[in-house]
Design a protein around this ligand. Structure first.
Ligand code: PEP
Ligand code: MN
Length: 338
């Protein structure tokens, strides 16, 4: 259930509702929108009828049920959509947010060159994996702690906030110390103990869709983070497993308008993992923005042929410059900026 407060409800009235909701043994989440505040009541639905009585309390406009199983991620609690800040960069506003960088941090030179290239081309955030979730235990696993420091330094040098993947709950503090945003990879999209722990972190979370995760399950994964108190979650469509083998994954662009309709959370698209083929990245990036994505995650490497992971899908800096040039008029055509 959600308690929609009147547009001019006072702070005392909001706090009074929170207290009454908690007395009914629900958890109260205050969601402050542009127009009005909503108090989302989460917990077992047993006493739902009692919440209905709150409609007569001062400052309350109405009490309504949230029909979806994801209560805090549902668009109903924030119809205007969420804007999330990651190291000073806004995701979910009018501007399309472009996050770019190599699959993995490989050396100081490599991440430094990548950072400069993506910054010059107009990216807003730098990415790079320090802990890599590889299919084989014999493949390069990332530079770990050293990689985190190199990523942070490279981002700072060019003035871009950084995002990297978190795999192990034990590393959360370390990663949060060095990065502006923490990424949950496709393979951990339903690692509920990791998601719960990230709900306690004071940094935004970039949550990737699992390769076999239905959209409702994806939103329930986001709900795990939100329900623990972290309101800053960005959803990322990165392709799913289908019968098709011509591409690494099938980029599900249906997900974009559907997630935007069902949830207030920003939605970005990763056409690099979504296709696995560098020449498909630009067309699918354009298609993602046309479909309503709030941003893009693009793998860019100074020399993809030497990459230690995901070489075939990483863009050269010059190709990324071309992508950004093509993106600008497309973004404007759909009422966005770059
Ligand atoms: C990545 O973005 O580095 C990555 C490993 O992606 P995914 O989790 O989507 O496979
Ligand atoms: Mn990769």
């Amino acid at each position: 259930m959600i308690v929609v407060m009147k547009a001019h409800a006072t702070e005392a009235e909001i706090q009074n509702i929170v207290r009454m909701v908690e007395e009914l043994e629900y958890r109260a989440h205050i969601i402050r929108g542009v127009e009005r505040t909503v108090v989302a009541c989460v917990g077992e639905e047993r006493g739902g009828h009692q919440l209905g009585h709150l409609e007569s309390v001062a400052g309350v406009e109405r009490v309504m049920p949230v029909l979806q199983p994801y209560k805090l991620a549902s668009r109903e609690v924030r119809p205007e959509g969420s804007r999330i800040r990651a190291g000073g960069v806004e995701i979910g506003g009018k501007r399309i947010t472009v996050i770019a960088g190599p699959c993995a941090v490989e050396s100081a030179d490599q991440i430094g060159l990548a950072a400069e290239a993506v910054r010059r081309a107009g990216a807003h955030m730098l990415r790079g994996g320090a802990f890599k979730p590889r299919t084989s235990p014999y493949s390069f696993q990332g530079m770990e702690d050293e990689g985190l420091k190199l990523l942070e330094a490279a981002g700072r040098k060019v003035g871009l906030p950084v995002v990297t993947e978190i795999m192990d709950p034990h590393d959360i503090e370390l990663v949060a110390e060095h990065c502006d945003m923490l990424q949950v990879g496709a393979r951990n999209a339903q690692n509920f103990s990791l998601l719960r722990r990230l709900g306690k972190v004071r940094k935004p979370i970039l949550l990737k869709r699992g390769m076999a995760t239905r959209l409702e399950e994806f939103l329930m994964a986001a709900e795990y983070i939100l329900s623990e108190g972290n309101p800053d979650v960005v959803l990322c469509e990165r392709g799913i497993r289908t019968f098709e083998t011509a591409t690494r994954n099938t980029l599900d662009l249906n997900a974009v308008p559907l997630l935007k309709a069902q949830s207030h959370l920003p939605v970005i698209v990763d056409p690099s993992h979504g296709t696995g083929i560098w020449s498909l990245v630009t067309p699918m990036a354009l298609a993602a923005v046309a479909a309503g994505a709030d941003g893009l995650l693009i793998e860019v490497h100074p020399s993809p042929e030497q990459a230690l992971s995901d070489g075939p899908q990483q863009l050269r800096p010059a190709t990324f410059v071309d992508l950004m040039a093509r993106l600008k008029p497309l973004a404007e055509a759909v009422g966005r900026t770059l």
